[in-house]
Write a protein that binds this ligand. Structure first.
Ligand code: 5RP
Length: 221
């Protein structure tokens, strides 16, 4: 199977976590796009969605799925999103699509985070994929210097402005043995909006697309 076929398989498999009549949290990226296609097939059974990016919002609206402001939603049963890497502890690197901040906010609100990913995203230790950090533009050079002190090699993602008007530093050369600690340390730097480490709030369920079918992993399971 191609990678895209594996992404499609997990996007559709995630439908079983959607509660009828609910508002659904929707992520960003090529895997999440397959989930949106799947969600469109049951659009009359859900109330609508909250979205983690302008791109996903546009796709949801094109299908006629109502997109709500998160501030008007008291309760979110499920958030479905992809990942750039996921480890056996269900911690992730996210933000390859620059949507990490809104993704982290929706993940925080959701009762259940369902990560959908093809098998190439599974790793033992996070950090081979460069770690995205969303930064307030005037703090870019300062934050980059601090990241170098932590052993990283930050690279400015040229020509990318996030949906929140900020920039992205992609940090190479990290072997992240303690993801929760690094998440806290980077988040504490003045000027950092969000680090794309989802360690403190990892996934509850991971649907992994493999050549032998969709594997379901659960946190602590
Ligand atoms: C976007 C993300 C995506 O979930 C992540 O980059 C995976 O993308 P894809 O499904 O296209 O491989 O975090 O900010």
């Amino acid at each position: 199977m191609t990678r895209d076929e594996l992404k499609k398989a997990v996007g559709w498999a995630a439908l079983k976590y959607v509660r009828p009549g609910s508002v659904v949290g929707v992520g960003t990226g090529t895997t999440a796009a397959h989930f949106i296609d799947a969600l469109a097939s049951i659009k009359h059974d859900i109330e609508g969605a909250v979205s983690s990016s302008e791109a996903s919002t546009e796709k949801l609206r094109a299908y006629g799925i109502p997109v709500f402001d998160l501030n008007n939603i008291d309760q979110l049963s499920v958030y479905v999103d992809g990942a750039d890497e996921i480890n056996p502890q269900m911690q992730m690197i996210k933000g390859g699509g620059a949507a990490l901040t809104r993704e982290k906010i929706i993940a925080a609100v959701a009762e259940t985070f369902v990560c959908i990913a093809d098998q190439t995203k599974q790793v033992d230790v996070l950090g081979h994929f460069p770690l995205p950090v969303e930064v307030i533009p005037m703090a870019r050079a300062y934050v980059a210097r601090q990241l170098v002190k932590m052993g990283g090699l930050p690279e400015y993602r040229q020509d990318v402005v996030t949906d929140n008007g900020n920039c992205i530093l992609d940090v190479y050369n990290l072997s992240i043995v303690n993801p929760a600690e690094l998440e806290r340390k980077i988040n504490a730097l003045p000027g950092v909006v969000t680090v794309g480490l989802f360690a403190d709030r990892g996934a509850d369920v991971a649907l992994i697309g493999t050549d032998n079918g969709v594997l379901t992993l659960t946190r602590g399971g």
